[in-house]
Design a protein around this ligand. Structure first.
Ligand SMILES: NC(=O)c1ccc[n+]([C@@H]2O[C@H](COP(=O)([O-])OP(=O)(O)OC[C@H]3O[C@@H](n4cnc5c(N)ncnc54)[C@H](O)[C@@H]3O)[C@@H](O)[C@H]2O)c1
Length: 400
């Protein structure tokens, strides 16, 4: 018989706060516990969400009724927590990134393969409307053969949460690459074979030599990726740009038949007419299909572009391109929190459905590794002045 999920949430920080209610209300969930090294944080969650506390992660590992953990710890702690949870026989939902080293990513893939447990990487951007639009266009043959695409995650170091933590501020931007890679790689259905990477130095103290544990001096990093399908992708992870929202997006994707371009709140699709000697291009403005419903409603406002650049309307309301995917979201989620371009509810449903039913999730460990490992290798390329480096690949997810 299928076993309902008894979940322990590890890490009661600001991001996890958005998720507790969703995990609690999913029909496949029996119970949610909370756990944090900082007692007051666990107590605040316990009070706010009416959840019992488990004192330590070590206690979680020993607790037999807990069959899942949610890894919402700090960015550089994910690998260790995930590996220990899988070894203790728990399914894992992990916020991004997957892990801190190629070796840890490999170990997670192998543990998931050997145990048959469910692992989901909670990559919000996978469900961003622009990524869904590009995946749909590519799958329907409208792009043709993929040539080149670019994705980025821009988040100024002074406004990102880890920028305020002294030991984390100087982290290499590509330590956290999945917002960009998960979008562009899923859009063209490929993975990375080789990378070349450059970075931009800064006089910010956290990035000066010897001032962070990664030996990192780059506030922005730019990586060119050679893909298995013969195409090329460019990914930028920037923490020093004067730019607002959306922070993660596909700026362009070009194929032999069709191409996509985006800026501010405008999404355009270009199609090259078949069988013509002349180069005839048809342009469709697909903004109403790709922008969140609340944004579309407000598109005639005189300060629309300014508001779009300042995060307005990009949290709760699904875009038209997301509507089909939303059909599977349980009725219990109605009116509950949703954020990051309406991706949270889809991610929680992915995990709760797959862990309960024993299905292979789309955001599985193999996908997570293909999104994460290129960033870790690219950091090394940048350190060595931009030399090309091969990216290890752990293959496709097995069919369950
Ligand atoms: N769009 C996205 O996908 C997105 C957005 C924001 C944050 N995140 C991810 O979410 C995670 C959490 O972010 P945050 O800003 O809330 O971080 P945070 O630092 O505020 O919270 C992390 C919490 O984990 C706790 N913790 C660490 N190790 C622990 C252990 N062994 N046992 C119990 N508790 C432990 C810490 O005490 C802390 O309270 C990060 O890894 C980040 O990468 C993802």
């Amino acid at each position: 018989m299928k076993q309902k999920l008894t979940i322990a949430l590890i890490g009661c920080g600001s991001f996890a706060e958005d998720f507790v209610e969703l995990f609690k209300k999913h029909p496949n969930t029996e119970k949610v516990y909370v756990c944090d090294l900082i007692r007051e944080r666990a107590e605040a969650f316990s009070k706010q969400f009416d959840c019992e506390i488990i004192d330590t992660f070590e206690d979680v590992l020993k607790k037999e009724d807990v069959n899942c953990i949610l890894n919402f710890t700090r960015r550089h702690q994910h690998g260790d927590i995930t590996i220990r949870a899988l070894k203790a026989g728990k399914h894992v939902y992990s916020s991004v990134p997957m892990a801190s080293s190629v070796e840890e990513c490999k170990e997670i893939v192998e543990l998931v393969k050997d145990t048959g447990l469910t692992y989901v990487i909670g990559e919000t951007c996978y469900y961003y409307p622009c990524a869904m639009f590009c995946r749909e266009a590519y799958k329907n043959g409208k792009i043709g053969k993929f040539q080149y695409g670019a994705a980025q995650y821009y988040h100024h170091i002074d406004s990102i949460s880890y920028g305020k933590i002294k030991e984390e501020r100087g982290m290499p931007p590509l330590f956290y690459p999945t917002h960009s890679t998960a979008m562009i790689l899923s859009a063209c259905d490929s993975y990375v074979k080789r990378v070349v990477c450059f970075g931009c130095k800064t006089d910010d103290e956290a990035f000066l030599p010897g001032n962070n544990e990664w030996g990192n001096e780059h506030i922005n990093q730019y990586v060119l990726m050679e893909l298995a399908n013969g195409g090329t992708a460019r990914v930028t992870e920037a923490r020093g740009f004067s730019y607002g929202s959306p922070s993660s997006y596909i700026s362009n994707m070009y194929g032999t038949k069709g191409s996509y371009e985006f800026s501010n709140a405008q999404h355009l699709f270009f199609e090259r007419e078949d069988n013509t000697e002349k180069d005839i291009i048809h342009v469709t403005d697909v903004s109403d299909y790709v922008n969140p419903a609340d944004m579309v409603k407000n598109k005639h406002l005189p300060d629309f572009k300014e508001k779009a650049a300042n995060w307005e309307w990009q949290r709760n309301s699904p875009a038209k391109v997301q509507e089909e995917e939303y059909k599977r979201v349980p009725a219990e989620f109605e009116g509950l929190r949703n954020s990051h371009m309406a991706s949270h509810q889809l991610l929680v449903d992915d995990f709760c459905t797959c862990a309960f039913e024993g299905k292979m999730p789309v955001l599985n460990a193999w996908f997570a590794a293909r999104s994460n490992v290129p960033g870790l290798v690219a950091i090394e390329s940048a350190k060595q002045g931009g030399i090309p480096l091969e990216v290890p690949d752990f293959g496709d997810a097995p069919v369950k």
